[in-house]
Design a protein around this ligand. Structure first.
Ligand code: KG4
Ligand code: ZN
Length: 339
């Protein structure tokens, strides 16, 4: 009962998320999204996202408070994503968090978006073992991170040098004419396809390539060329086989590097987060490879993998619990905040 009660605000992209936790217990997870407003532009439009955050902020905070059944005056702190993310979008969250913290006279905690994606697993599987390796894969990021203290020591071991993993799913789905977002449809088609039908390249997995970096743009181009050649030859494109073979290439390189990183660093816990963590093949392959390597795999439920406020609250609560110094009211949004 003496675990800290914290409200977290997330506005780094197109989700306005407000979550409330007590320690590692989730009390509320309210999310408003502007994803549909961006659909006809084929990607997130920063100005639209910022305006949508502004409109959604107060009602979403209210919804979270109602859901949690707590009084704002009982909070032990207000946490907010300070970066990385879209500058204007972040600014809305940071300004709102400052206003609430000031009005309620509560400490303010600016947190890193990627660290929050890792910390959210505490709400699902209990306190995070330290050290933990994290593979974060979404439409916006693909990173391997190692943490020995989620509030103060999160190190980036590698990241994508071009497209994020989710972006590759979305682009391949577009060439296959499957619509947006591509991940879920490719996942579905792949279950009926042959993952060994086509051998697509595994970017950056050569002996001289950076051990923990990823590259998906060559894979994407290779899939597009393969489809184009089929069409030019007047042959039918085996959509299910292409989906399965592409998905196999992505999940193979992601899980191989994550497991290798764990072994190299002597870490026996791996967490996977971000929208792509929903991928059924990624989950199965990670589980199989982790079991073989003696690594404990932690993957939070889907709603906690995508952007939300609960993850920010989870990290904020950990900062309160560990007695970290709150941010000052000079806290600014930093679109390229490092971990
Ligand atoms: O974390 P998220 O909701 O948003 C950010 O990008 O921050 O991730 C969205 C991404 C999209 O690219 C989507 O295609 C991908 O996650 N995704 C999937 C699956 N479900 C969503 N990718 C592969 N397999 C899935 N089942
Ligand atoms: Zn995210």
């Amino acid at each position: 009962a003496d675990e800290p009660l914290v409200l977290g605000i997330e506005t780094s992209c197109d989700e306005t998320g407000v979550g409330i936790v007590r320690g590692t217990t989730l009390l509320a997870d309210a999310v408003a999204t502007s994803v549909e407003e961006h659909g006809r532009f084929g990607g997130v439009v920063p100005e639209i996202a910022s305006r949508a955050h502004l409109e959604a902020m107060v009602p979403t905070v209210q919804r979270a408070l109602d859901e949690a059944g707590i009084k704002a005056s009982d909070l032990d702190g207000i946490a907010v994503t300070a970066g990385p993310g879209l500058a204007g979008a972040l600014l809305v969250g940071v300004s709102a968090a400052k206003a609430y913290a000031y009005a309620l006279d509560k400490p303010l905690y600016g947190v890193n978006h990627l660290a929050s994606h890792i910390c959210v697993d505490q709400l699902e599987h209990g306190r995070l073992p330290e050290p933990t390796m994290a593979l974060l894969v979404s439409g916006g990021h693909s990173s391997l991170l190692l943490t020995s203290d989620i509030t103060s020591d999160v190190r980036s071991l590698g990241a994508t040098v071009d497209d994020a993993a989710g972006e590759a799913f979305d682009k391949v789905a577009r060439v296959l004419g499957l619509g947006f977002p591509g991940g879920p449809v490719i996942d579905r088609y792949a279950t009926e396809g042959d993952p060994a039908a086509i051998r697509f390249p595994r970017g950056l997995s050569g002996p001289n390539d950076a051990a923990y970096d990823f590259s998906f743009s060559g894979l994407k181009t290779s899939v597009a060329r393969w489809i184009e050649a089929k069409r030019r030859a007047g042959e039918e494109v085996p959509v299910r086989d292409v989906a399965a073979s592409f998905q196999e290439a992505v999940t193979d390189v992601l899980t191989r590097k994550a497991v290798r990183a764990c072994k190299d660093q002597g870490v026996d816990h791996l967490m996977i987060g971000g929208g792509v963590a929903a991928n059924s093949r990624l989950r199965a392959m990670a589980l199989e490879r982790c079991e073989r390597a003696g690594i404990e795999l932690r993957v939070p439920r889907m709603k906690l993998c995508t952007d939300n406020g609960a993850m920010v609250a989870a990290l904020g609560a950990e900062m309160v619990r560990r007695g970290r110094t709150p941010s000052s009211f000079d806290l600014s949004a930093d679109s390229s905040l490092p971990v």
